[in-house]
Design a binder for this molecule. Structure first.
Ligand code: ADP
Ligand code: ADP
Ligand code: MG
Length: 651
């Protein structure tokens, strides 16, 4: 076995590889960019070397520099993780040339599987079913369109150099083909510097089922069963599980056989994944799946396979790279229970899944029976815009699928991230979705259920507002009291419910806050009331993270960011008033109380009505002294924002 390993990667995978290497007695050598100088994988390593500035192109992708460090540090092998240089055949060759073992397949296999068209042609020859379509050399638009017409719509245009779901377009009607082709080619050129595409049948009710393969340098190739990765968004995996629900012993044998044949066709050794697309319209069938591509590396979702087989795939990778035989045979392997992985991302599903970066003010990842957490960041660390914004992989195992899902659900509920937004709530909604629970899986499930999965921008919940605002009020208590005393010598305890919150005698006041970037005025007595209501409404558990001038309020996997604006005594005295004496509803809401009748005399600032919106009450005050005229609504009425409630005529 090697005595040392250099890990040419970062984040959770660098740490995950390092742990196994350490356990096996290897010296762990990390390389890092400036952005990662303080990252956990750097701290964990026995030694760490800077390889450049933050951008991956100037650090993690600079093969020569990494090799230089490897030679200098005396690394006996290099583990590339996934992404970055892991599928770079030249890098694998350079390692070999430098006398350093590349922990991965032979460069020839990487090359053979690198382009999707050639890979398809190659495995097809080995008798593996491929998706019907055109994967030849002709790239003329009219020719490709003719092929698409022959295949029959819907078709999928795919960049042959593709990866990460880029350069792919589904086309449903022949009139849309040319435009989709041009756009796929543009994207492919930008992402891979190669505009070439293939066209294939878009499989109906598609399920992504992939097989983990492993080979050694003694001619053994076997498989470690399958994973179902059908929960996807934009062709990217969101949740993965093993085994695939509904997979029978026979069908599994057919998938396994096809995968092993594909791997053998390229003389494979090391860990690899054969991705198949299955037609799920009639369940998984031995004659209903097709080769899509091979990933010649460790996969992000490998932990689910580890959890059901009990094997450490990184250990096997290192053993194979060192020339050892695989320590098991196909017959030795068995599936134990079920495992599910969720990718916890720093992103905002509610705003188009935009990546969300910044300091992790709080990071509490769950632990518990059957749980495994692979993460590369810690509290106080940062999610930078330079790399994949994954915070952690949460993997749950159980004797059966339902137990594993229940455990994953509980784990997500106790996940606390403050700072960057996350997809926690979306993941929880997905694993609770009835179709997913019932294993009615296909790659369109997420897109069909976007609203049900709660990814629309949420309304700010009054209780969340209350928790955040009261925390500010408590923190600012002394200052508030001083202001109040200076103004009027009253009240002594501004947040007691009986007093309400009044800095100006006879007027309602509160706090001005910025909630998710929007200014909101919160009446603290109403906030106190909302907070008092929380325990009555079942067990909603709020987590408050206070940092500087920002409070993060977490509930049900959703984070709300609240900043205090330096205006402690917002007076609600002019809400809705205007020069003409018209009193308007400050927001869309209900007229819960009307304190005046037509003809009545009022003083300026006198409370004339109460509007309730978002479960908060907003007093409506007379904009001037005068006589009440033309009341437009009765108590109990719903009013639109800006609707005229009544007018005050100058007396
Ligand atoms: P695919 O979706 O292509 O089948 P995976 O699900 O295994 O493959 O994802 C691999 C992707 O992970 C890479 O293409 C890259 O975008 C991303 N990645 C690469 N390195 C890292 C890293 N250190 N941490 C998190 N994500 C990474
Ligand atoms: P990438 O290299 O980007 O991972 P893949 O060829 O693996 O590209 O395809 C990515 C995803 O696109 C798959 O996981 C699957 O959900 C979907 N997909 C690919 N080919 C087809 C097809 N022929 N029919 C339906 N869906 C497909
Ligand atoms: Mg793929």
């Amino acid at each position: 076995m090697f005595r040392s390993v250099l890990i040419a990667n970062r984040g959770e995978i660098a740490l995950r590889v390092a742990r196994t290497a350490r356990r096996m007695g290897l010296r762990v050598i990390a390389v890092h960019s400036d952005a990662d100088a303080k990252a956990p994988f750097v701290a964990f390593a026995d030694e760490a070397h800077r390889i450049g500035p933050a951008p991956a192109r100037e650090s993690y992708l600079v093969a020569e520099r990494i090799l230089e460090v490897a030679k200098r540090a005396g690394a006996e092998c290099i583990h590339p993780g996934y992404g970055f240089l892991s599928e770079n055949a030249e890098f694998a060759e350079s390692c070999a040339a430098a006398g350093i073992a590349f922990v991965g397949p032979p460069a020839s296999a990487i090359r053979a599987m690198g382009l999707k068209d050639a890979a398809k042609a190659l495995v097809e020859k080995a008798g593996v079913p491929v998706v019907p379509g055109y994967h030849g050399e002709m790239q003329d638009a009219a020719f490709l369109k003719e092929k698409a017409d022959q295949i029959g719509y819907p078709v999928l245009i795919k960049a042959i150099a593709g990866g990460g779901g880029k350069g792919m377009r589904r086309v449903d009607r022949h009139v849309d083909f040319e435009e989709a082709l041009a756009s796929a080619q543009r994207e492919a050129t930008n992402a891979f510097g190669d505009p070439r595409v293939l066209v294939e049948k878009y499989v109906t009710a598609p399920r992504h089922v992939e097989v983990q393969v492993f080979g050694d340098r003694h001619g053994n190739v076997m498989h470690f069963f399958e994973r179902d990765c059908s929960m996807q968004r934009r062709h990217q995996k969101v949740i993965e599980e093993a085994p695939a629900p509904g997979m029978s012993r026979e069908v599994r044998a057919a998938f396994g056989k096809a995968a092993v044949e594909a791997a053998k066709a390229v003389g494979y050794y090391g860990a690899g994944t054969i991705e198949f697309i299955a037609d799920g319209s009639q369940g998984l069938r031995a004659d209903g799946f097709y080769f899509m591509e091979m990933n010649t590396r460790l996969q992000v979702e490998h932990p689910v396979t580890e959890m059901i087989t009990g094997f450490d795939l990184v250990e096997l990778q290192l053993r194979v790279a060192a020339g050892e035989r695989l320590p098991v045979t196909q017959e030795d392997l068995a599936i134990h229970g079920h495992a599910v992985e969720a990718r916890l991302y720093a992103e905002e599903p509610e705003r188009g899944f935009l990546p969300s970066t910044g300091k992790l003010h709080a990071l509490r990842l769950p632990s518990g029976e059957g749980l495994r957490i692979d993460s590369g960041v810690t509290e106080g660390g940062e999610v930078t815009p330079f790399y994949d914004p994954m915070i952690a992989k949460i993997i749950a195992h159980g004797p059966d699928r339902q137990t594993a899902l229940d455990r994953l659900g509980l784990a997500l509920e106790s996940t606390i991230v403050a700072g960057p937004k996350t997809n926690t709530r979306f993941l929880k909604a997905l694993i609770d979705h009835p179709d997913f629970r019932a294993a009615k899986l296909d790659t369109g499930l997420i897109d069909r259920n976007l609203a049900a999965l709660g990814i629309l921008a949420p309304e700010i919940d009054p209780e969340t507002l209350a928790v955040g605002a009261l925390a500010f009020a408590a923190r600012e208590k002394e200052r508030l009291e001083a202001v109040a005393t200076a103004r009027s010598g009253w009240p002594s305890d501004p947040w007691s419910k009986s007093h309400g919150f009044a800095l100006h005698p006879g007027r309602e006041t509160g706090l001005r806050v910025l909630v998710e970037g929007e200014t909101r005025d919160v009446r603290l007595d109403a906030a106190a009331e909302a907070a008092i209501d929380i325990p009555k409404k079942g067990h909603r558990s709020f987590t408050l993270v206070e940092t500087g001038d920002t409070n993060f309020i977490l509930v049900d996997g959703l984070q709300t960011e609240m900043r205090m604006v330096d205006a402690l005594d917002v007076a609600f005295d002019d809400s809705g008033g205007d020069a003409g004496g018209n009193v308007k509803s400050p927001m869309h809401g209900k007229l819960v109380a009307l304190f005046v009748v037509e003809g009545e005399r009022v003083e300026k600032g006198q409370r004339v009505a109460i509007v309730e919106a978002m479960k908060m009450e907003h007093p409506v005050l007379a904009p001037r002294a005068g006589r009440i005229e033309s009341i437009a609504f009765e108590a109990g009425a719903q009013m639109g924002q800006g609707a005229r409630i009544l007018s005050v005529a100058e007396a």
